[in-house]
Design a protein. Structure first.
Length: 77
């Protein structure tokens, strides 16, 4: 598990500092304890382009995937 988290930590490094902070905070504070569906959603979010991800975390856009929206809620909380 730790090796996977380390790889995800590297993937959390984004083009903007704000996204870096938000994605790393979710990984460090929530990832290990969430349901597998939310882990998968978070990993899918790391495949998104920065503008798309930024729109989600700022609330300017909502995903059609309910699990991604649940991850976003936890990031924004």
């Amino acid at each position: 598990m730790e090796e996977k988290v380390q790889k995800l930590l590297w993937r959390c490094r984004r083009g903007t500092k704000e996204l870096d902070i938000l994605m790393m905070a979710f990984l460090e504070n929530h990832y290990r304890n969430v349901e597998p569906e939310l882990k998968h959603a978070f990993e899918a979010m790391l495949d998104m382009q920065d503008p798309e991800l930024y729109a989600l975390v700022t609330g300017n856009r909502k995903s059609q995937d309910r699990h991604i929206n649940q991850v976003i809620e936890r990031i924004r909380a």
